[in-house]
Design a protein around this ligand. Structure first.
Ligand SMILES: [Fe+2]
Ligand SMILES: [Fe+2]
Ligand SMILES: [Fe+2]
Ligand SMILES: [Fe+2]
Length: 402
């Protein structure tokens, strides 16, 4: 299949950007803005299309290690200083680099994510300096820093002057003189600043990034979405294997139903991404030790809507989007976010619905231990009696996983 991987990543980044908003307090659309700046400067610096294509991917993924690092940190400190510590630790760079090891880059991007916090004068986490830092890392750091310090969603003329002054002052310190000079050239363009606005950034980025279609198999696409499943699962200690576990069960059931290989891979992709929208939900709610109150439940119900927003721009994922995003609907119309009824829920949507509940019941939660297969089955059967989920599928789950 022909696919533009950057378009896929940018769609998925819709929810990834929420993580930075929540944890770092940075602006919305952060990774898109970083990608826009890095790509614009990269073009000016004569980077070729393939390099810039990879640069954009690295920009979208630059902080993919954040959720996993946060989790380790929360486990050891048991504090809520989440917002402060993150950018001061190098672990998220190392984890982020490891997570993209299997990503199908077109060029060599070794260490690009690992060194995205290095400063030109060698005062970063790994004390790399000048040309020791890959140019791509330098460009990511530049865009990241500017958006974090100045919030580039809103810029007026006085702010642009301030930014230019700051960048000049940092020449040879935080940033390489070449990047500073290149930036000052593009900073003169009205379009550069307008493109960074929330309302225009999607248009700006799709207009300027290289348009490269790659032939990819569904196996390779499944690998790419696995990166996101890691980020999602690492959002909370209680969901550490949730998406990955669901994907494994979806595969097993797909084989049981003798589905063809492509459909099974699509089911796995749906499982990998079904809780993508959870990235947009605060950990204060996801990790709450106890029952959610009405306000909190209202908020958590939004996650499947966000999953859908993220996935719906990907033309190749039409059926996958349905299977992934209907997982909290119920046959009697009492589910969320749409309240769809059984006649609107196809077999694979029902399958993911049932497996998601089964997977969740077997996992530990803040307020209970993981349940046994038997106990989980009895809860699922109660839900059949209440007209909520597909009885045939539940009995098949029992046969397959006993
Ligand atoms: Fe970072
Ligand atoms: Fe960032
Ligand atoms: Fe969910
Ligand atoms: Fe789930």
């Amino acid at each position: 299949m022909e696919i533009n991987l950057n378009k896929l990543l940018l769609s998925l980044s819709y929810t990834l950007d929420f993580v930075e908003m929540d944890i770092l307090g940075v602006s919305s659309n952060h990774s898109k803005r970083v990608a826009y700046i890095a790509n614009t400067l990269g073009k000016q610096l004569n980077m070729d299309e393939k390099e810039r294509f990879d640069l954009v991917a690295c920009c979208v993924l630059h902080d993919n290690g954040v959720t996993e690092y946060m989790l380790k940190e929360a486990a050891t400190t048991k504090t809520s200083k989440r917002k402060l510590v993150l950018e001061n630790v190098k672990e998220h760079c190392i984890i982020g680099e490891e997570n993209v090891a299997d990503y199908p880059f077109l060029t060599d991007v070794t260490n690009v994510i690992k060194y995205h916090h290095e400063t030109y004068n060698g005062k970063g986490f790994f004390a790399k300096e000048k040309d020791e830092i890959p140019l791509m890392s330098q460009l990511i750091f530049f865009g990241d820093r500017l958006d974090n310090v100045f919030n580039l969603n809103n810029t007026d003329y006085p702010k642009i002057c301030k930014i230019n002054k700051y960048v000049k002052e940092q020449s040879g310190k935080l940033f390489s003189p070449i990047i500073v000079d290149t930036f000052l050239e593009v900073s003169d363009k009205t379009s550069f600043w307008l493109d960074l606005n929330d309302d225009f950034i999607y248009n700006g980025i799709t207009r300027t990034i290289p348009n490269i279609n790659m032939t990819m198999s569904w196996e390779e696409l499944e690998q790419v979405t696995k990166i996101f499943s890691l980020v999602i699962d690492n959002k909370s200690a209680f969901t550490l294997r949730h998406s990955q576990g669901l994907a494994a069960k979806a595969e097993t059931m797909g084989k049981y139903y003798k589905k063809d290989n492509i459909e099974i891979l699509k089911l796995k992709i749906a499982a990998n991404l079904h809780d993508l929208g959870k990235l947009a939900i605060s950990n204060d709610i996801i990790d709450k030790n106890g029952e959610l109150d009405e306000t909190e439940f209202y908020l958590i119900k939004q996650h499947t809507y966000y999953s859908r927003i993220s996935l719906s721009n990907i033309d190749e994922f039409k059926d996958i989007t349905e299977w992934a995003c209907n997982h909290h609907e119920k046959l009697d119309g009492s589910g969320y976010p749409f309240g769809l009824t059984g006649d609107k829920l196809d077999f694979n949507s029902r399958l993911i619905m049932c497996l998601d509940i089964y997977q969740a019941l077997m996992e530990e939660r803040p307020y209970r231990k993981g349940l046994t297969h038997e106990k989980s089955m009895s809860i699922l059967r109660d839900m059949i009696t209440d007209g909520l989920i597909d009885g045939g599928i539940v009995e098949d789950i029992d046969v397959v996983f006993t």
